[in-house]
Write a protein that binds this ligand. Structure first.
Ligand code: SAM
Length: 184
């Protein structure tokens, strides 16, 4: 969120032919729910294009980074690290201390794809479970970010958008952003 220490989401791993949509949705979820940046592995090449396109269309700021060394991102992170895993501590038990720490320090939020190296569990400041049930990196990321920002991410403003979705009770309405600004 703007004017706060950075929140970056690292998508660790990507299984070509299996994780295309999931990796893309990790990026879209990170963007929509308050993170400042997503870091994708280069093996997920092409996934970043969708996230960049959506940012161009519906606004930012949001950065998409591609790395050939995701573990290097963890090792070199100058801040606190949260690793989302079903084996971790309940998010509701640790969200307060994480939010407190994030007041002053950037946060790296790690989600896996295939098996996550144990080094990530060891390097994380918090291993956090969104329940202790196996489900999805997308759901875990969404719940964690909403808890981290305490719902503030739902009201964020978007800069440099080409288009704006106008909420409707029923139906769909998308407006040219310049027109929308003139009308409001
Ligand atoms: N099979 C892989 C393993 O054992 O490490 C994990 C597969 S899981 C579908 C992919 C990612 O989703 C995990 O690395 C974790 O980041 C996230 N995830 C799944 N369930 C979760 C939960 N209950 N709490 C937090 N994160 C979860």
């Amino acid at each position: 969120m703007q004017d706060e220490p950075e929140v970056a989401v690292l998508r660790l791993g990507h299984r070509p032919g299996r994780d295309e949509r999931t990796t893309t949705h990790v990026g879209l979820t990170a963007r929509a729910l308050g993170a400042d940046r997503v870091v994708l592995e280069d093996v997920a090449s092409g996934r970043e294009e969708t996230v960049v396109d959506i940012t161009d269309r519906f606004g930012g700021p949001f950065d998409v980074e591609v790395t050939d060394s995701p573990l290097g991102t963890v090792r070199g992170w100058d801040g606190r690290v949260v690793h989302l895993t079903m084996y971790g501590l309940p998010v509701q038990d640790v969200e307060g201390e994480i939010r407190e720490a994030h007041h002053d320090e950037p946060l790296l939020v790690v989600v896996g794809a295939e098996k996550v190296p144990f080094e990530v569990y060891e390097r994380a400041d918090w291993n956090v479970g969104v329940t202790s049930q196996p489900h999805s990196e997308i759901a875990a990321l969404a719940v964690f970010l909403d808890r981290l920002f305490d719902g503030r991410e739902l009201d964020r403003e978007w800069a440099d958008a080409d288009q704006v979705v106008v909420p409707q009770e029923s139906g769909k309405r998308v407006e040219d952003a310049r027109e929308h600004r003139r009308e409001s």
